[in-house]
Ligand binder design. Structure first.
Ligand code: 5GP
Length: 143
């Protein structure tokens, strides 16, 4: 059974500016920022601004802008982190591994032969997140 959207989830609070994030990309519909517990250096989250709990709750229009945002961010993350490949993850409900109940895609840069760290295992130092966000923003053509 699925639950309703909780407007006090962490990502809703980030969207409202109540909590900080290391922002890399923003459009009227999409926000992307660094995951604070990266599974690999440069791990970035891409979320719709419209409230949606899981992939099953999003409108086609919002999903369209979201997946285009994922592709844009993925290209920049791969360039910025000099990655050999990318893992894109998306979890739905606790049974599916979801921890934060606002729809999001994980963009995880991968290096040949390097395993990902476990999910939500360890906070990254803030200066590392700041530096990686700056590299990704630069790859996106921003400051
Ligand atoms: P999921 O819901 O897809 O299982 O994972 C949620 C992701 O959000 C995890 O990778 C976790 O590290 C990340 N996360 C949890 N809390 C915060 C937060 O306050 N800020 C940011 N930037 N990421 C978070």
């Amino acid at each position: 059974m699925t639950s309703a959207y909780d407007s006090n989830n962490i990502f809703a609070r980030i969207l409202r500016g109540e909590l900080p994030c290391h922002r890399v990309f923003e459009t009227p519909d999409v926000l992307a920022f660094m995951d604070i517990m990266p599974r690999a250096p440069g791990h970035t989250l891409v979320i719709p601004k419209a409230p949606a709990r899981t992939l099953l709750d999003v409108t086609p229009a919002s999903l369209g802008t979201l997946i285009l945002g994922v592709q844009t961010v993925a290209a920049a993350v791969k360039t910025a982190m000099e990655a050999d490949g990318l893992t894109i993850q998306q979890f739905n409900e606790s049974a599916g591994g979801q921890v934060v109940f606002h729809l999001h895609f994980h963009v995880i840069p991968r290096r040949e032969g390097q395993a990902m760290r476990p999910h939500t295992a360890q906070m990254a130092p803030a200066d590392e997140l700041v530096a990686h966000a700056a590299r990704i923003r630069q790859a996106l053509g921003g400051a």
